[in-house]
Design a protein around this ligand. Structure first.
Ligand SMILES: *Cc1c(COP(=O)(O)O)cnc(C)c1O
Length: 460
């Protein structure tokens, strides 16, 4: 089919409002805007109703191509983007029926068994494409508490123009997460910091601000990068194309949220014309966003609360400024609000709910007992949030309403937790086979900036 493309490239602005507007390529390679804000496009191109209708008959990759070609515009050649989509999305996206019209979307079939593969695989390939045009090089420096690091390491592994340095807190990632990063080698260097995740983040920030390193092309792979958000809109289109019965049939999506990049993907899909009834914004005990929506006041949680859904232990979500911007407000990187967003509209679109560890465990046990379906802690939070909404919202008919709850990691990544709760060993997905035997390589380092700086200067 013919795709209606805009003529020029989409332009991107900074949520802090004090940086020049840039092309997609610049936003992608820079990551953070110079004024500390986050990049967003001025407008979102529409997917036409005819295009939306066609999605039910085409593959995930083809949907990805159409959605992304509209967002990136003519900055990338269509054939190139098509082949990137085919290469990045070579795994299944199962939609598992739980009961009635309630589904689980499993975003856990990628090479690191986490939904972060969707974003990391597209972002890495787009970066490589843009860098290769002028044979430029880039070093990605990123801190991880586990899942981001493994998805990024896997996605960038073997790319010619990009080196990757990943910092992780030595004692705080699981053996499986560590091995997913440290067994790759080649252009992926992994540093074990004798400290906490916050220390790793602090060291990375210091390197970005260090003038003596400013000659190096450094970038970040965190979800501050617009290149990680745009690909996450695609699976919302995909799920709806497979499960909605007609254009009036609007799904509810329940999204387990930490830094709110996943939710941003859904909001972008909505802005591009996908009909969505509501987003259930499900957090763990780090409830700063549910409280923000309730009260209109924002207060970050520092330090963040340690919950079993470890990838969502975020006390100050990096994408909140973007969500505020899309509802007409202005929030800086510290969380100060210069202009209030439209809270009524936000509350209409988003139902936010905080789920305790206790409720998370009960959900895992119940879903397994009732439906023989395995959820891990993050997906269980989404499921719990969804059911809480359906119980509270008497206007919604739970039999008729299409509901899609997002499962963001494979249950096999949480074997100890699942054994404790339901006494079951989730089968390892093929993506995680064979890690045990592979040899590891990583650099232990003190929690000390000068050591990191020396490492970067020596190696890059
Ligand atoms: C990163 C992550 C999340 C949170 O996603 P955000 O985009 O940060 O809201 C949820 N679940 C898992 C398994 C993750 O790795």
């Amino acid at each position: 089919m013919n795709i209606t493309l805009k003529n020029g490239p989409e332009k991107y602005y900074s949520t802090n409002g004090n940086s020049p507007e840039v092309s997609f390529k610049e936003a992608l390679l820079k990551g953070l805007a110079p004024d500390g804000g986050l990049y967003l496009p001025f407008s979102f191109p529409l997917i036409t109703p005819a295009e939306l209708e066609s999605f039910s008959g085409i593959s995930y990759n083809e949907i990805a191509f159409i959605v992304l070609s509209k967002l990136i515009g003519k900055e990338i050649n269509n054939d190139e983007l098509k082949s990137i989509c085919n290469d990045a999305y070579n795994f299944e996206v199962p939609l598992e029926k739980v009961t009635g019209r309630k589904y689980i979307m499993r975003l856990d079939q990628g090479p690191t068994a986490s939904f972060k593969d969707f974003a990391a695989r597209m972002m890495s390939r787009l970066m490589q494409y843009f860098l290769s045009i002028n044979n430029q090089r880039l070093t990605i420096l990123t801190a991880t508490s586990g899942d981001t690091g493994s998805a990024v390491a896997n996605a960038f592994y073997g790319l010619k123009n990009i080196n990757v340095i990943i910092l992780y807190p030595a004692g705080e990632v699981t053996e499986m997460q560590r091995k997913q990063m440290t067994t790759l080698k080649d252009n992926i260097r992994v540093i074990a910091i004798d400290g906490k995740f916050d220390d790793c983040q602090r060291l990375v920030k210091m390197a970005f601000l260090d003038r003596e390193l400013s000659h190096l092309p450094l970038s970040s792979a965190n979800s501050i990068n617009i290149g990680r958000l745009l690909p996450q809109s695609v699976y919302y289109f995909y799920a709806s194309s497979r499960l909605s019965e007609n254009s009036e049939d609007k799904p509810i999506f329940s999204v387990p949220s930490g830094n709110f990049g996943n939710l941003m993907g859904g909001i972008i899909a909505g802005k591009m014309g996908l009909a969505i009834e509501k987003f259930i914004v499900s957090t763990n005990e780090n409830d700063e966003v549910p409280l923000f929506l309730q009260t209109g006041n924002y207060k970050s949680i520092d330090p963040s609360i340690n919950c079993i859904s470890s990838a969502m232990n975020v006390g100050h979500p990096s994408n909140l400024a973007r969500i505020v911007a899309l509802y007409g407000g202005i929030m800086d990187e510290k969380g100060n609000i210069a202009k209030s967003p439209d809270f009524n509209k936000m509350r209409g679109d988003l139902y936010a709910v905080s789920v305790t560890d206790e409720e998370t465990k009960i959900s895992i046990a119940e879903v397994y007992k009732q439906f023989k379906i395995l959820l891990e802690p993050h997906g269980a939070i989404a499921w719990h949030g969804l059911n809480k909404y359906l119980r509270s919202e008497t206007g919604t008919d739970p039999e008729k309403q299409l509901c899609i709850s997002l499962e963001t990691a494979h249950p096999a990544k949480f074997p100890d937790e699942l054994r404790r709760i339901i006494n079951t060993d989730p089968p390892l997905p093929p993506a995680l086979f064979g890690l045990e035997e592979k040899s590891e390589n990583y650099f232990p380092m003190e929690n000390n900036y000068s050591e990191l700086k020396e490492f970067i200067q020596k190696n890059y």
